[in-house]
Design a protein around this ligand. Sequence first.
Ligand SMILES: [Zn+2]
Length: 294
Amino acid sequence: MNTNDFISFIDKKHILVSDGATGSNLQARGLDKGEAAEVWVLENPKAIRQLHMDFLQAGSDILLTCTFGANRFRLEHAGLADKVQEVNTRAVQIAREAIGDGSTLVAGSMGPLGQMLKPLGLLDAADAQQAYAEQAFALSEAGADILVIETQFDIEEAKAAIQGVQTVCDLAVICSFSYDRGVKTMMGISPTRMAQELKQYDLAVLGINCGKSLTDNLVCLQELKSATDKPIWFKPNAGLPVVDEMGDAVYATTPADMAVHVPEWIVSGARIIGGCCGTSPQHLAAIAAQVADR
Ligand SMILES: [Zn+2]
């Protein structure tokens, strides 16, 4: 689906519901805390398919593939070196299997590479671009409907990602940043700066995901809305977790705590709404009910 088709898709429904977290939900279902979720794409696809089905049941119009870390650098770290094509292809298939005949879209998730670009790190922009291109090619060949470059924090990496993706396919692209210092990313980027720097690219949607708190994410949403005319993807986390005595991350924000903010998010310009870390299918169902209700 190209940019124009995706914008029409959004306009037809006006407000779309995406899905919730991948990592924290798979961990709740037995994924080892030290293990990459992508390992389960190959070893436990049933669990991922079930999570997709739970989000579909909750009302998702868009499902993200379990490929946040399915780039060559992170996969190597996860013990899956040279499996970029296999993991991304299989992850798209798993989402399709969950959707069946439904009209829900499959969005290929692409998270940060896990390596800093020069001058802060060692990675050349050209190599970053190549890694994103490789992942995007696999996702698009496998039949992803759109692509989501997500949880970004560095403008230069985001630019390399967009350029890489757009050399290999013409799918609609969402580019989403995590403002996890509150109202700036860990590299000090604000939503306004993000919108200005990315204006030169053919992006369908700009987004905010993960972050720090619902309060800070709302401020980011309002700022981004005043900085761009593009539809906004909004997928906040359920606040930051506290670690319990078992070493597990516990998210205190309940489905009702999150859902009560949905009308405010819509008024503030969010067009595609979901949740990031800590948002369960129950959170999504509560969010979707608010979207349907408005
Ligand atoms: Zn998150």
